[in-house]
Structure formats: C-alpha cells, structure tokens
Design a protein around this ligand. Structure first.
Ligand SMILES: [Mg+2]
Length: 411
C-alpha cells in the first residue's frame, strides 16, 4: 500500500558557513519569469478549443509561451529545412553511445578493469561523485538536499525493451531510504504513471513526460493554490496527490501522432513506439543502424504536419513532444517552488541523470551555482554536470552514502 505522504528533509538549520558559489535558482541568468505572478515557471495556457488541430493557432497563449514556441519552431524548422533526416541522423548517432557500453554490468566492470585512459582523463573534468563525496557533503552542511533522479539508465540499466527496464529491489530500497531524509523526485521522459509503476514508491514526486506531467504527495500545510497550475487530485489508491500538467491540452494531438507513427514505422524491424502521455517515444535500440535513416524520415514525415510538436533525442530514442518551454530543468524549478525552496539559500539540489535530456537540469544547476548535476556514464561525454557516476550500481552506492552521512550528521 503506497502513501503519498511527503518525506521532507527536516534536518536543516541556518548556514553559518555559506558556500561561496551555490545561490538560489532565481538568480540564474536564464531563469524564467512570469509577469505578475513571480512564482510561475511552467504556467502555460493553451486554449483547448483550438486543439487538437494540425494548424491550431496560438492567439490565447501567454507571451512566455509564444517566445518559447517561436524559438522551438525555429529550431524545428531549421532541422527540417537543413535536411529531412541528415541532422536528425547525426543527432541519433551522437546520442547513442556504442551498444556494447550501454547495458551490461560485466561491460562496466570490464571498463573499470581496463583502466580506460580516455575516461580517466575525462574524469579530471567531471570527477566521480563517490570520490568527491566529502566535497559534496561539505557543501551540503546546514542545507536541505533535494534529490532529482532520472529513471532509465540511472536507477535501472538500459535494456533493449523499454517495457523491461525494471529497477532492482536493492535500488528500490536505496531510493526508499534516501527519501526518508531528503525530498526526492523521479524525473523521466516516461509518463509519471509509468515511472511510478517501475519505482513503486508513493512517497516520491514524479515528473514524467520531461516535466509536463508532474505528480506527488500533498505537502502538509501547503496550499496548492499558491502554485499556479497545480491541482489536487485523488489517485488510483484513493490518496490525494498534487498534479501539474501544463501540456494536457496536447493529449489528443499526441495520441493522433502516436497512431501515425506506429503506422508509418510498422515495416521497420525493431522500432518500438511508446506512449508517454504527452510525449511519444520512438525507440530504435533494436533497429539495425542501416535503417536509422528510415526511422528519422518516418518521424519527420509525420511531424511536418504538426508545427506544435518537436522531436528531441535521448539514448536510442526519438521523443516527440509539444513545443512548450518545459524540460527536466523546468521540472526541477517547479518542484523546488512547490517545496517552497526555490529561493532558499539553504537548499542544495542534486540531479542524477544519464541522458541528453537531463542536460537542461544540469545547465540550470551549473549556471545558477545552486546545486550539482551528476552524469551517469561509462564513456566520456560533453556535459554540464559537475560530477559523474559510472552506472546505476554507483548511483546506488551514492544514495547509500548520502543516507549514511545524514545519519552520522544527525547523531
Ligand atoms: Mg535516462
């Protein structure tokens, strides 16, 4: 039986030794603002009467949205104009490290044993969060740590079939334990219900569909009316949850696109089209590389009729989602806002993720100098993360260390 009772870190006190660099996210140079509200980060209104429609107009959308829309539209147009599949194909290759590195425990162990010189050199720039643990906890003293954990490739190993990306019981226990001490959220490209079905911990927050589908326990004494766009709902097991779904008006459009994508890709062996509520994921992990151009062509063929949708790249997955200003970084900002910590000096957000889509969160934390991004990778990558972990096994170690440290600190 799950509960949605939040487990918020209560062990903080005023920081007598303020860290020289971390500061509130609100001071980040590109932090979004919303005229008149001051606390809105994802509040986007899209007139539902106009959707779903392939040529829907955006007359009622906010200026904030229009800016994001135009920016995204331009990027999408550029992508399509430059080459129908060329740019996309390059991105598909660059976002898909060699399969041999992706998912086998023994491969990771082998890489460690082989003393990969390139990885070691890269670690000089992005050191291990395990070997840097003392540094992290020194900065965390007197602060509330808030943990943001990606799911695929971070809590679970990457597997060929996304439906089989189960996390181990040991990992679940590690997440459960860490959530007793720190507010913890799962951030994923999957729908939040799907992420919840894998993680199965009701005390966590879930930001699914890249932050467009957020659900979590209702905080005591918190009035959701203070957080624009937030509503309270009753989930399947009868518990109250907060919901934040800024892209729900796109649901019908996304369903329609999902059907088209399934249809046009049905003859490409290995393609899996997965519904993630307000996103559609087109997995090509099982597709022969010679057929990747076909996958790219199919996706762009469908999307050219949907100017309000864009494609982003994950690890061997193309993700189709609404062109709105919403990503993992915005999800972090929203959750900190909901927790009442966004402008707090004594908060230390830590985001652990393995994917390009996690870079938005890493960037916000790095540029705002307010927290740490930790990239999970066994190969060198360009990143905005500050620290690294090699694989989910090291993620589990890191979570256990956090619990151990917190217990010692409290004793
Ligand atoms: Mg991931």
């Amino acid at each position: 039986m799950t509960t949605w009772a939040g487990s918020l870190d209560s062990g903080s006190s005023p920081n007598p030794h303020p860290h020289p660099s971390p500061k509130p996210i609100s001071s980040a140079p590109d932090a979004p603002t919303h005229p008149g509200a001051g606390r809105v980060f994802l509040a986007i209104h899209f007139d539902p009467r106009l959707l779903p429609h392939r040529i829907a107009k955006i007359g009622s959308a906010s200026q904030h949205f229009i800016g994001a829309y135009e920016q995204g539209r331009k990027a999408l147009s550029g992508m399509l104009d430059e080459s129908h599949d060329g740019v996309c194909l390059d991105a598909m290759k660059s976002s898909s490290p060699p399969h041999i590195k992706l998912n086998k425990d023994f491969i990771s162990d082998l890489a460690i044993g082989e003393h990969d010189a390139a990885y070691d050199a890269w670690m000089m720039k992005c050191p291990s969060a395990l070997s840097s643990f003392k540094q992290i906890t020194n900065h965390a003293k007197y602060k509330k740590i808030v943990l943001f954990l990606d799911y695929d490739g971070t809590l679970s190993h990457i597997v060929d079939n996304p439906e089989h990306a189960f996390m181990s019981n040991a990992m679940r226990t590690a997440v459960k334990n860490v959530a007793k001490y720190f507010s913890t959220a799962i951030i994923s490209g999957r729908s939040c219900h799907k992420a919840y079905k894998f993680v199965k911990l009701g005390e966590l927050y879930y930001a699914g569909s890249h932050g467009m589908d957020i659900m979590g326990p209702v905080m005591k004494n918190e009035s959701v009316s203070d957080v624009p766009g937030c509503t309270i709902s009753i989930e399947e097991q009868g518990n109250e949850v907060i919901l934040f779904q800024p892209a729900k008006e796109f649901l019908l459009m996304i369903n329609e696109v999902q059907s088209f994508l399934k249809d046009v890709t049905k003859d490409i062996e290995g393609v899996i089209v997965e519904s993630n509520k307000v996103c559609v994921s087109v997995h090509y992990r099982l597709v022969d590389e010679k057929d990747w151009p076909k996958v790219a062509q199919c996706v762009h063929h469908v999307l050219k009729d949907y100017p309000h949708l864009q494609v982003t790249h994950g690890r061997r997955v193309l993700e189709v989602r609404p062109v709105i200003d919403c990503n993992q970084g915005k999800a972090v900002e929203f959750l900190l806002e909901y927790l009442g910590l966004r402008t707090s000096d004594d908060v230390l957000p830590i985001y652990v993720g393995d994917d390009r889509t996690d870079e938005d969160a890493f960037k916000i934390l790095r540029e705002g100098k307010c927290g740490y991004g930790i990239l999970v990778t066994s190969v060198p990558k360009q990143t905005n993360a500050v620290f690294s972990l090699r694989d989910p096994t090291e993620v589990k170690k890191f979570l256990k260390l956090l619990v151990k440290w917190k217990k010692l600190e409290a004793s």
